[in-house]
Design a protein around this ligand. Sequence first.
Ligand SMILES: NC(=O)c1ccc[n+]([C@@H]2O[C@H](COP(=O)([O-])OP(=O)(O)OC[C@H]3O[C@@H](n4cnc5c(N)ncnc54)[C@H](O)[C@@H]3O)[C@@H](O)[C@H]2O)c1
Length: 326
Amino acid sequence: MIDFNNFPFKKAIVTGGAGFIGSHIVEELVTNGVETISIDNYFAGKHENLEFLKKYPHFHEVECDVLDFEGLEKQFQGVDIVFHEAASKKTICINNPRLDLEINAKGTFNLLELAVKHKVKKFVHASTGSVYGEAEFMPQSESHPLNPTSYYGVSKLAGEKYVRAFHHLYGLNVAMLRYFHVYGPRQESSDVGGVVSIFARHILEGKPIYIYGDGTQQRSFTFVKDVVKANLLAAISEHTNGNVYNCASGIKVTIGELYNYVCDILGKPNHPVEYKDWMPGDIKVFDIDNSKIRKELGIDFVTDFVSGLKQTVNWTKDFYESKGSF
Ligand SMILES: NC(=O)c1ccc[n+]([C@@H]2O[C@H](COP(=O)([O-])OP(=O)(O)OC[C@H]3O[C@@H](n4cnc5c(N)ncnc54)[C@H](O)[C@@H]3O)[C@@H](O)[C@H]2O)c1
């Protein structure tokens, strides 16, 4: 557990704070008394992800783009930690690779420059397993070659490299976490969302589930609350400075297995499924070495897969039932 009585940071910025992972980080900070500013341009983020936090006077919700340097700077007064979650996700990268480059590289650069200027004590950066590209060996450790195969992987790698450069050039205290298939409540369930919520939505809407390929592709799922814990441990632990960690639970599940789990949780075994062509560039196997983060941060990824899956699917179901549609 994190001891918030001795938490060394009084004021935090969370970029992408209205998004899936960012909103969980904001929630943990705010409900434990840390003054927190969520910064989001609401491209994918949602006000309702933060609505329940508005009663806390030390929570501030700001609409701002990470490309708006002056707008960002207005928020940096007295900030001592930044959790940088805002990003262009994979779908933007396919439709608008230039914007993807801007947000993931230049947006990160803007925040780093402001972090140095305003003497921020810690910068925790959200990266992705997509920086590795096709696995050359498994399990993939942090020293695996970095050969991303998507625009997203390249732009996120550029972000990581800027984080490293600011660490080396200015001594900025940084930690980088590479996430893999994070799942949990508030995950987007539209076609640009996460696979767990998309499967749940299709079942709830009575539509067939689409599996691209044969369902044997293996993913490495991590529950969002475990990712939040990793962020906080990375923030408070001194030896994370300048380091990158695979932030993955180690749970390996195929898409075919996931389909069966989600069907079972929603009481719809054998819900119709349609198999489609493999997605171009789809990575077939994720087998991630998480020994570094376990050893250095002492994190134990406590959420078992079925329990996390039930929380995610039930949240999606409640969301659907409260709105009547997605
Ligand atoms: N969800 C995963 O499985 C996963 C896996 C690997 C890495 N990541 C990384 O984790 C981070 C959070 O991802 P998420 O899953 O919560 O996605 P998300 O889309 O829910 O959150 C990203 C947030 O960033 C905001 N944003 C996008 N462009 C912005 C801009 N120009 N200015 C300000 N805000 C902007 C969006 O509106 C959104 O709220 C990202 O950096 C992503 O690359 C996520």
